[in-house]
Design a protein around this ligand. Structure first.
Ligand SMILES: Cc1ncc(COP(=O)(O)O)c(C=O)c1O
Length: 370
């Protein structure tokens, strides 16, 4: 089966992870620090911390905003469930807004429709790695959380997506552009938030075991202060070792993603049934995390491809349609995407033959299913 998402792993990962195991330090340690420094340097970030997942990074991001209970946070419905769960777990209320039907990103116009006196923050998602039009959203005057889970290597001018709002998050899960298994990151415009986040990610403790071990000269080095209650979301040196290896091939992987994206664009551009996704424009760049087409007969197409050994999916089932969130409103574009959109395979582990096979199978489906 050709998978829809995936990563490329080889001797680099085997070496870095083996070295980590041989060092007998697999928890959080110097490899996490190295990954934090190298990721920041590659992407031009000044305040960045690794955590154990993008989902937990979202939870931490909202916690850091220190919003009163019951505050409303406006976020797109067309996103991953962690976005809304992080809001609820911080005792705030998720208010879902729609996205633009072409970019799949939310806009200031969609957000504005949901502003109330209880609105306290806005969350945006750079879908697939296409940068959100941030300036009009920042101008609304609320703290902005950027979900840049898809948007490592997506830039708005020279600024990495995730670094324009108050706080931004990244995901390094098993299928992201930098894949470590499970992992995430968080970035801030404000230094004081970095110090607070460092404490919070380790149960609210001010010093980590790694720092203690390096600092044996200070009296009772095993004691610590607990500044506030919080969960543990430490990354490990094992996952950082994966990340260090992934960074070595990051440029090559990104180029491969773009090649595949361009191949699909050329193959589909004259097929009127297939609406192709939008690329970044002007001085912005795209991370090419996923390729989302919109087409009629989507369910039949997905089944046809599955039978031909091609796995596709839809990211995301709109959140406002999930009973748990108890929403009684329509979000027209998100609902259209729910019926017409399909993520097709895009990742650096696909061969040219795979990509041609995927594109041709889609074209043949529409030729025979007019
Ligand atoms: C838009 C978005 N936000 C957040 C996350 C959560 O990231 P993680 O899987 O690292 O917890 C994901 C994961 O797929 C995502 O797609």
């Amino acid at each position: 089966m050709i998978s829809v998402f995936g990563g490329r792993f080889d001797d680099d990962e085997i070496k870095e992870v083996s070295d980590c195991i041989r060092s007998h330090w697999i928890g959080m340690g110097k490899r996490v620090e190295q990954f934090e420094q190298e990721f920041s340097a590659t992407q031009g970030l000044s305040n960045f911390l690794m955590v154990d997942s993008g989902s937990n990074a979202l939870y931490l991001a909202i916690k850091l905003l220190n919003l009163p209970p019951g505050s409303e946070i406006i976020l797109p419905s067309f996103t991953w469930v962690s976005c809304a769960q992080a809001v609820l777990l911080n005792n705030c209320t998720p208010i879902f807004c729609d996205v633009d039907i072409n970019t799949c990103n939310t806009t200031a116009e969609h957000i504005q429709k949901h502003i109330t006196p209880k609105t306290a923050a806005i969350m945006v998602v750079h879908y697939a790695g296409l940068p959100v039009d941030m300036q009009p959203i920042l101008s609304l005057g609320y703290p902005v959380i950027e979900d840049a889970a898809h948007a490592v290597d997506s830039f708005i001018g020279d600024k990495l997506c995730g670094s324009l709002g108050k706080v931004g998050i990244y995901s390094f899960d098993a299928v992201k552009n930098i894949a470590v298994g499970e992992g995430g990151g968080i970035t801030f415009t404000d230094d004081t938030l970095l110090q607070q986040a460092k404490k919070l990610r380790y149960c609210g403790i001010e010093k980590s075991g790694f720092q203690n071990a390096q600092n044996k000269n200070t009296g009772r080095w095993w004691e610590y202060n607990i500044s506030e209650p919080f969960i543990k979301m430490l990354p490990t040196d094992l996952s950082a070792a994966m990340g260090i290896a992934q960074l070595k091939k990051f440029k090559a992987n990104q180029q491969r993603r773009k090649q595949i994206w361009d191949y699909y664009h050329t193959a589909f551009k004259n097929r009127e049934e297939i609406q192709i996704p939008i690329d970044a424009v002007n001085h912005n760049t795209h991370s090419y995390f996923t390729y989302l087409i919109q087409a009629p007969k989507r369910d039949e197409l997905a089944k046809y491809l599955y039978d031909k050994g091609i796995y596709t999916t839809l990211r995301y089932h709109p959140l406002h349609l999930n009973a748990i969130y108890n929403c009684h409103y329509k979000l027209a574009n998100s609902e259209i995407l729910n019926e017409k959109a399909l993520n097709i395979p895009l990742h650096p582990n696909l061969s040219d033959t795979d990509v041609e096979y995927v594109a041709n199978s889609i074209i043949v489906f529409f030729k025979t299913n007019k």
